[in-house]
Design a protein around this ligand. Sequence first.
Ligand code: FES
Ligand code: FES
Length: 148
Amino acid sequence: MSAALRVNGRTESVAAEPGDTLLRVLRDRLGLAGAKEACGRGECGACTVLIDGEPVMACVTLAAAVTGHVETIEGLAAEALPLREAFADKGGFQCGFCTPGQIVRAVALRRAHAAPDETMVRLAMAGNVCRCTGYTQIVDAVVAGLRR
Ligand code: FES
Ligand code: FES
């Protein structure tokens, strides 16, 4: 079967099996490899993308069920520039595997709140797991990035 997906402002027609996840379609069919597969079961946030502005775990979302506009880290690159710079400045990543998901989640937070405080950042980012950094640097980076 084929599915029509609106991704990063473009409508894409992709081959997809009924059981294909959005993450598989993005990475394997559309070459958008920014969203990562880590746990593969909706627990870590490495695969976070936005659908109609809401963060979702693409590893547990069926591609065939998606009707909204999907935004990936690739499509958010310009909007996320202050966050990307803040992650670099604050040491918000080491291996970087979780970072695209962290930044996508932070973009959603910024759209919802003009100037979220640290508590709001910690709550919003709670579903995004990092095995490397400890979370202080990530929170510092998001707080700083959202103020730039
Ligand atoms: S890879 Fe999707 S939530 Fe962990
Ligand atoms: S920087 Fe390695 S998992 Fe977060």
